[in-house]
Design a protein around this ligand. Structure first.
Ligand SMILES: C[S@@+](CC[C@H](N)C(=O)[O-])C[C@H]1O[C@@H](n2cnc3c(N)ncnc32)[C@H](O)[C@@H]1O
Length: 635
């Protein structure tokens, strides 16, 4: 992985002529705790720890900002909305987010956006204004405007909620009784229209199929199918193996993330760990303005999970070197478990982890012999890069952990001296677990502008799925992610036949067709720190351009099936020419039967096999193409 500012700490020590034997001394330390404490005292000794959490923000003089808003209003009245937006933006840049002037500028800008037809931006500004210092007797206007903009975008439920809130706010408004009555009537009509739309949608909405694990739930690992088991192998450690024949299309895992968070603050993804929904207009935490939520419920839940403890230090966490999102996840993870277990239990769980001799096969299983994705120790004992990191990276991770813990304590977090080493070491460990296992959560959709014809994949979040992490990697995976790309719950389906006794593999982001063996090995070594022992690597399968293609090079394993296979391959060639990729999912039965035929009868790699495999993988993935429906429909 690429780390931001990797030399941040070492360079500063070097400048103080203090880097000397740091790496040698750190290597000599045997425990994670002592390494953390060593790093902490080093950074403290050389005054590398932040002294204050106070940030001096440079805002222009308020009068100037107010002036920009007034000018913006003049342009607004003259219907010059683009110019008005520009001036409101200047006002926003120059005023403190907690002031009324800032809130009013947001409200005014939302109105200008509405007139320009920029409905998403209008909603965004209105929602921001709602959580800031906007005068409460004017708030009804924000809700009315948001409701109208939401109607324009087809967000019927959201519009209904806004209009309903608008009515509630009407009591505070200075308006004649007659005007109030008329206004109320208009809003009530708008609500009725929303209800009609919602009813309509209910009638026409396609209900996605409910996925079920093949054979039911596994007794000891409930996120896996009952048709698999965990086994140890010499070259890959634990792995998931089939106990029954598994067919393409069978669901083998349904997992939820232990911890997750959006990749960047602009990805339109709710930051609450249990949500991650895409939304056209998130609103910020009204205190730090650095994390975003789709509704108040998510905001309250995130606070309960510990956001209130990280809120005052969010800016510092975000600017810590390393991988900013990962650092944020470390803090989120710690706070969530600290609040759940209390510091004492957290520290004893971490200490036990280091002290106990862990059986490699059953690590992560609880006292009842269950492996559960929502269990702290299950996630904490996932394979990590901790023992595989070079000493400079290990030092870097320790420095990040020192900084993160320092911000917390500087903000008043009480931690007994004897627990500092344990908590700090746990931060380093969590970083290494995330480093090894965090999966990108991709989303394939048109951008928020709803240009339906433009499709691209956007990586929106980082997620840790403890059970899916049990799958080893193969450059020829037989299991792939399936379902709606924006789903937080991840479904894994077989894409190839998996006979009883065979290992299930997913891909850690690289497949044999695209890269020659050497570059795959190098990539996996650099990124995940292991030498890959998958079949394509061991047997050095050829990449795309050299794969035996078409019927001329068909290598039949079972001669008695030669004519059937030839005939089916010809049919498949016709099929691939005549069917559009968007329609593959309608032909899954056929694709499954073709791949099953080839699986037992032809030698791989073979172009038609690989082509069919790709079609199946594509057909398993869905993308509603509608961010609208994502933010409105609960999972
Ligand atoms: C995400 S974990 C997979 C589960 C792991 N085997 C366990 O015991 O928990 C990734 C680790 O599994 C092993 N591994 C996965 N795929 C492998 C492969 N193709 N070849 C060799 N080792 C592999 C490596 O040790 C790697 O660090």
């Amino acid at each position: 992985m690429e780390y931001d500012n990797f030399l941040h700490y070492s360079r500063r020590l070097q400048m103080a002529d203090a880097l000397g034997d740091v790496y040698v001394n750190l290597s000599a330390l045997k425990t994670a705790k002592s390494r953390f404490l060593f790093t902490r005292s080093l950074l403290s000794k050389h005054q590398m720890l932040t002294r204050t959490l106070h940030i001096q923000m440079d805002y222009d003089c308020p009068a100037l900002s107010a002036n920009f808003r007034q000018k913006g209003n003049d342009f607004f009245r003259a219907k010059k909305y683009v110019k008005a937006v520009d001036l409101y933006t200047r006002c926003l840049m120059g005023s403190e987010p907690t002031t009324e002037c800032h809130a009013l500028a947001l409200g005014n800008r939302s109105a200008a956006h509405f007139h320009l037809g920029h409905f998403e931006l209008c909603i965004k500004d209105a929602r921001w204004a709602m959580v800031t210092n906007y005068p409460s007797k004017l708030a009804y206007k924000l809700y009315e405007r948001a409701g109208n903009a939401e109607c324009m975008l087809g967000l019927a439920q959201r519009a209904k909620d806004s209009f309903t809130e608008c009515l509630k706010r009407l009591d505070e408004v200075d308006m004649s009784a007659e005007n109030k009555r008329k206004f109320r009537e208009t809003i009530e009509i708008a609500i009725t229209k929303c209800d009609e739309r919602l009813e309509d949608r209910k009638r026409t909405k396609k209900v996605p199929p409910i996925e079920e694990l093949v054979g039911g739930r596994n007794e000891t690992i409930p996120a896996l199918s009952a048709f698999v088991e965990l086994k140890m192998t010499e070259d890959m450690g634990r792995g998931v193996f089939a106990t029954h024949d598994i067919n393409p299309g069978d669901v083998v895992a349904i997992d939820e993330p232990y911890i997750c968070g959006p990749i960047s603050q602009h990805t339109e993804v709710c930051h609450y760990n249990g949500c991650l929904k895409l939304d056209v207009a998130l609103f910020p935490c009204p205190k730090c303005f650095l994390v975003y939520y789709c509704n108040k419920d998510c905001m309250d839940k995130a606070d309960k999970d510990g956001h209130y403890l990280e809120c005052p230090i969010m800016d510092f966490i975000k600017s810590t070197p390393g991988i900013p999102r990962m650092n944020e996840l470390v803090m989120k993870w710690f706070l969530k478990d600290y609040l759940k277990m209390g510091l004492k239990n957290y520290c004893s769980a971490v200490d036990n982890f280091y002290q106990s001799k862990i059986d490699p096969k059953t690590r992560g299983f609880d006292e009842n012999g269950q492996y559960k994705s929502d269990n702290f120790l299950t996630a904490y004992s996932l394979d990590s890069t901790e023992d595989k990191l070079s000493i400079d990276v290990l030092f870097f991770f320790n420095c990040i952990a020192v900084d993160l813990l320092h911000y917390l304590t500087l903000n008043g977090f009480q931690i007994p001296k004897c627990d500092i080493g344990t908590v700090g070491a746990s931060f380093v460990h969590i970083l290494t677990v995330l480093d090894m296992n965090c999966r990108k959560f991709n989303f394939c959709a048109p951008k928020i502008a709803f240009q339906k014809e433009i499709k691209f994949t956007l990586t929106i979040a980082m997620t840790l799925y403890p059970t899916i992490c049990l799958f080893n990697h193969s450059c020829d995976p037989n299991v792939k992610r399936s379902g709606e790309l924006s789903d937080r719950v991840r479904v894994m389906k077989a894409t190839q036949p998996i006979p009883k006794g065979t290992q299930l593999f997913c891909s850690y982001g690289i497949i044999f067709q695209g890269h020659p063996k050497d570059s795959r090995q190098e990539l996996l070594k650099n990124r995940f720190k292991f030498d890959c022992y998958c079949q394509p690597c061991i047997k050095d399968w050829s990449t795309s351009q050299y794969i035996p293609n078409r019927l001329s090079t068909l290598n039949i394993l079972n001669p008695s099936m030669a004519s059937t296979v030839q005939l089916e391959c010809k049919k498949f060639l016709e099929f691939s020419k005549s069917v559009n990729p968007e329609d593959y999912h309608q032909h899954l039965k056929y694709l499954y039967s073709f791949i099953k035929l080839l699986f037992t009868n032809v030698k791989r790699p073979f172009e038609l096999y690989e082509e069919c495999l790709e079609m199946i993988g594509d057909a398993h993935i869905m993308s509603t193409n509608e961010i609208i429906s994502i933010c409105e429909s609960p999972y």
